[in-house]
Design a protein around this ligand. Structure first.
Ligand SMILES: NC(=O)c1ccc[n+]([C@@H]2O[C@H](COP(=O)([O-])OP(=O)(O)OC[C@H]3O[C@@H](n4cnc5c(N)ncnc54)[C@H](O)[C@@H]3O)[C@@H](O)[C@H]2O)c1
Length: 341
């Protein structure tokens, strides 16, 4: 099935119940695939082109050094400008594959085949590609739209539970951006999100990205939970998964909303979020460890002001600049809530 995207948006999106080869490029394509999903690919009789790389990825390997040998390999095998890269894997692989495609010969086409919940709901679409630097998350990257995104629910059955839970936080983030508390509640309570949740998140993201590709305004809303989230993820040395850090950042944003008198979230909702996040408490880094990463975040324009996306129940979030001191009190409140529940 195809989702209709707003006019002119360049990514064609297919949501499949079963993996099907007809969604692959007709010719001149190469595959960059995640080892963890190779057996599923093969069991569905999906083809492997002559130039195929199966790789192991993790947040620690999301670095420029990982990409360079891929580019050298493609050049040695005669990959030319008319080739299309199919990037098959979680968000780390689609972010790195997209960046490699943007760099190779100044840009070849690519298709994203996201295989984790987080990548299907968020990372696989939108054209942001990146690797991490020592100074922080996703600090080297490019905007490069995939020409096609193919979501197949086949992949989610083998996804480890922790990664499924982690991916759910990006969906909850989307529900908060939509101001739809009922949707957020249903996601908080469900075991596995439905494919309709993924479609709704993808459609929302596609609409926002279509209106503001280069993140000059509305697209910033997609960073809800990410200002603190990225700092927590990096400062934890990646002991926190990306989605987990976004979940913690989203709870902090809800608490911030209350402390700034922007809006009050129902106490049972905040309690449920804290309950779901409480097992992560031992991995949450101290404020002192987070602060340097917050100062180096791409979204930070001044050392003394952090740009924050503040959710409002029943409405779209607002953007506000806040001081590190205010955020420090929220970080302390967050820790308290996680340890109580
Ligand atoms: N580009 C964007 O707009 C965007 C948006 C959100 C997140 N991201 C990025 O996405 C990354 C996180 O992505 P992630 O949560 O997918 O993590 P990930 O890519 O590390 O994948 C999680 C783990 O699951 C494995 N895996 C993936 N699919 C599987 C499957 N179907 N079955 C079994 N194992 C599978 C992977 O090998 C990996 O070990 C972060 O680096 C984040 O910065 C990018």
């Amino acid at each position: 099935m195809y989702l209709d995207l707003p006019g002119g948006f360049a990514t064609q999106v297919a949501v499949l119940e079963k993996l099907l080869p007809e969604y692959l490029p007709a010719s001149n394509w190469l595959l960059l695939g995640e080892q963890a999903v190779r057996s599923i690919w093969q069991s569905c009789s999906m083809p492997e082109p002559p130039i195929s790389n199966w790789v192991n990825t993790s947040e620690e390997t999301k670095r420029m050094e990982t990409i360079l040998p891929w580019l050298e390999g493609w050049a040695a095998r005669g990959v030319h400008r008319k080739y299309t890269l199919v990037a098959l894997g979680g968000g780390v692989l689609t972010d790195m594959g997209g960046l490699a495609a943007s760099l190779y010969m100044r840009g070849i086409a690519w298709h994203s085949w996201p295989t984790s919940l987080l990548a299907q709901a968020d990372a696989g679409i939108g054209g942001k590609t990146a690797v991490n630097l020592d100074s922080g998350k996703n600090l080297a990257g490019a905007f490069h739209h995939p020409a096609r995104m193919v979501i197949a629910s086949d992949f989610l059955y083998s996804l480890p539970l922790r990664h499924r839970e982690s991916g759910k936080w990006e969906l909850i983030k989307m529900s908060l951006i939509d101001g739809d508390l009922d949707w957020a509640r249903s996601l908080l309570h469900c075991k596995t999100p439905d494919v309709s949740d993924i479609k709704r998140a993808v459609q929302m993201k596609a609409d926002i990205v279509h209106r503001d590709f280069k993140e000059n305004g509305e697209r910033r809303l997609l960073n809800l939970g990410h200002t603190l989230g990225h700092a927590l993820e990096s400062a934890s040395g990646f002991a926190l998964l990306h989605g987990e850090a976004v979940g913690l950042g989203a709870l902090a944003a809800c608490l911030l909303s209350e402390s700034l008198d922007a809006a009050v979230f129902p106490p049972d909702f905040i309690k449920k979020m804290a309950e779901r996040l409480a097992p992560l408490a031992p991995r949450v880094p101290s404020w002192e460890l987070c602060l340097p990463f917050l100062r180096r975040d791409k979204k930070t324009e001044s050392e003394n002001e952090l740009r924050f996306i503040i959710p409002i129940p029943g409405a779209r979030p607002v953007q506000q600049k806040i001081s590190p001191e205010v955020l420090e009190t929220i970080h302390a409140k967050l820790l308290l809530m996680l340890n109580i529940h």
